[in-house]
Design a protein around this ligand. Structure first.
Ligand code: NAD
Ligand code: ZN
Length: 379
């Protein structure tokens, strides 16, 4: 089959790879109908992780069940499903507690697994024609038959639950004010989720105008262009002392306004500044223990200059980590079916698998029209 293979810094290729096979009785094979490219893939694409060449990318996958192992009881050939980016067993201590992002049985010596991602276990990605799904009864979320809401449902693999998870970590409740740093797909979904949860004011910080406009239009957000204003100062002023909650949807590759330099702890420290004393932070933007391209030696080992003094003084709380997609995807699916959520507004392009190399390059440059690209292996 054809798949998107990582070959080195800013080099992905569509290559022929072995078809996946049923190796355990609980496996299923999915024929991919939509697989999305994620900002998380860009960290690997840019050579900013320990990813080795040869990885098949793709952790945002949906499709049709092609084949199931003997131990699969609930799924059958022909079912339409979306897969959480987390691979999880369903029966370890963390899975039992809904913490499927930290499964103890799918990635030896590590809490948490995912498809097509460095350090996340042996699971091949789904930017391909087919995908093997382990513990398939547990991992697959069934969808209504047909082709309706394809792009809305595709967002259930990662960014919609991840954005929602950010609001859960920050405890965004009715009437709360929120500052979301980053208006990429994850920031869009965090702002959108904040609105679903009844936030009174949502500030969204980025410097890509198209993305700021998108958040304004679909989440009722107040855009803050950090290339034009000092974002934390602007938010402090507008909220009379800071927002109740804050969300990091940028991570360690946070840029200075000029776009030249990175300041890895910039967004964390902006949040410490722009959140009111006793406020709450949800950090879903990625931080890594090893970054080959880091601006400093400390940062290369995941050690950043975090304003812990002010963080402590203000009595802030912070939640971090990979989203536990399964904790939310069923309810978010039902909001889509009921017509009360339409996360596909973030999808800007659908292209054939062969065009993945070009799409990666453009998404990496944050070109207009490339906010969220989905791949169509059948095209
Ligand atoms: P993206 O790269 O498309 O978006 C990041 C946005 O941040 C860009 O629009 C960029 O202009 C903006 N930005 C850069 N520096 C900034 C700064 N100093 N202040 C404000 N904005 C700034 O990526 P994405 O797909 O939206 O993902 C965002 C982050 O979330 C990535 O780090 C990704 O790895 C992470 N992520 C985490 C999870 C999880 O489960 N925790 C899941 C998916 C993605
Ligand atoms: Zn993703």
């Amino acid at each position: 089959m054809k798949a998107v293979v990582y070959r080195g810094e800013r080099d992905v290729r569509v290559e022929d790879v072995e078809d996946p096979t049923i190796d355990a009785p609980t496996d299923a094979i999915i024929r991919i109908t939509t697989s999305a490219i994620c900002g998380s893939d860009l960290h690997m694409y840019e050579g900013r992780t320990g990813a080795e060449p040869g990885i098949v990318f793709g952790h945002e996958n949906m499709g049709i069940v092609e084949e199931v192992g003997d131990g699969v009881s609930d799924l059958k050939t022909g079912d339409r499903v979306v897969l959480p980016f987390n691979v999880a067993c369903g029966f370890c201590r963390n899975c039992e507690n809904n913490k499927t992002g930290f499964c103890l049985n799918v990635n030896e010596g590590f809490a948490g697994g995912a498809y097509g991602y460095v350090s996340m276990g042996p699971w091949r990605g789904g930017q391909a024609e087919y995908l093997k799904v382990p513990f398939a009864d547990f991992n697959a979320l069934r969808l209504p038959e047909g082709e309706e809401h394809e792009h809305d449902f595709a967002m259930l693999a990662d960014i919609f639950p991840t954005g929602y998870h950010a609001t859960e970590l920050a405890g965004v409740g009715p009437g709360d004010t929120v500052a979301v740093y980053g208006a990429g797909p994850v920031g869009q979904m965090a702002a959108y989720s904040a609105r679903l949860r009844g936030a009174s004011e949502i500030y969204v910080v980025d410097k890509v105008e198209e993305r700021l406009r998108l958040a304004e239009e679909h989440s009722g957000a107040i855009p803050v262009n950090f290339a034009e204003v000092d974002a934390p100062a602007f938010i402090l002023d507008a909220t009379d002392g800071g927002t109740d909650t804050g969300i990091d949807a940028v991570g360690y590759q946070a840029q200075k306004p000029d776009g030249e330099d990175e300041v890895p702890a910039m967004v964390l420290n902006n949040l410490v500044t722009s959140t009111r004393a006793t406020g709450r932070l949800g950090v879903v933007g990625l931080y890594v223990p090893s970054d080959p391209g880091a601006p400093t030696e400390e940062a290369a080992n995941g050690r950043l200059l975090f304003d812990i003094g002010t963080f402590f003084e203000k009595g802030l709380k912070m939640g971090t980590g990979q989203a536990d997609v399964k904790a939310y995807n069923r309810q978010l699916r039902d909001l889509i079916i009921a017509g009360r959520a339409e996360p596909s507004f973030v999808v800007s392009k659908r292209v054939p698998l062969e065009d993945a190399p070009d799409a990666y390059a453009r998404f990496d440059r944050r070109e207009d029209g490339y906010t969220k690209v989905v791949l169509d292996p059948a095209a």
